[in-house]
Design a protein around this ligand. Sequence first.
Ligand code: ADE
Length: 229
Amino acid sequence: MKIDVATLFPGMFDEVLGSSILGRARGKGILDAGLYDIRDFSSDRHRTVDDRPYGGGPGMLLRPEPVVACVETILAERGPGHVVLLTPGGRTFTQAVAREFAQMDHLVLVCGRYEGFDARIRQVLRPDELSIGPYVLSGGEIAAMSVIDAVVRLLPGALGDAESAALESYTDGDDLEAPQWTRPPVWRGLAVPEALTSGDHARIARWRSEEARKRTESRRRADADQGDA
Ligand code: ADE
């Protein structure tokens, strides 16, 4: 799968794309990632990419020319793709959206900075718009990294067998996982629940599904109390 990123801060992606599962996916040819610096598409001497909003107001907006030139260059060089703008006003990114994206051949993630985008960027690119959650980040970069990570994990061959098995247990709307323990069996006076060390697989399965149910209920209650569904 190809994933290209249009950003003012390509350097932010180096470590994330080079490490762990994403680094390995690139090494295996499962992920072909490209970074494009929006500033390279500015046509003026000072390489400006932003300007003040007409009608006044705080902050600066991304100008349409460099952003659109950057995305059009990506599509010309790397082929047709699904263009996504990362913005707090977009539809919410969920595991279901990650699964939808994992079926695609080419994603183009456009990261905003400053106070937002000139409205003509949306009119011309007609992008999908995504938010990773109801809070405001300083830019789309960290959101784009979250999207890349969640999508690439779903590509065949990206995970090892153990990691894949662990992923099976998470789909949105389903129960959370039961808590888990590893060695030592007792630490700071805290012991591993007896059911888990019993060796009785049916009992272990029952214990885990009951704990998962309790945990899910208590999380849903906490989310509802916070009023931010
Ligand atoms: N840019 C700023 N905040 C964001 C968010 N929550 N999701 C996606 N992009 C963003």
